[in-house]
Design a protein around this ligand. Sequence first.
Ligand SMILES: [Zn+2]
Length: 130
Amino acid sequence: MQLLMVLLLALIALILAPALVWLFAAGAVAYGVVIAIGGMLTFTLMLAYVLWPLFKGWRSKRAIDSKIRQANRIFREKEEARIAAREASNTSLDDEDCDTNGARKSCSQCQMEMLMSARRCPSCGHKVGP
Ligand SMILES: [Zn+2]
């Protein structure tokens, strides 16, 4: 009802003073700009509201991925150390087969037997003197 009255007044004003049409046009443009800005703000807020959980999920997924990678890396390193230790003990056994002298020493930490030339215990990795 109020809008109708405003429109009616505007119409009367237009009839009385045609030059006022520019004022109304400017008002309409300003109104349109305000609506457009408000719409853009609302749209941005809605977009942020929708995308924020996705972004957070993506971030936590990345954190989990990096944790898994780290765990895998540690596991791989342990596995490699284990394989290296086994190979070292295998070679020492082979050496024992070839080397009848059997010059050996034992680890001060775990009493694992190894070649005299070994610098590290093949079992526990403890550093041993020459
Ligand atoms: Zn040892």
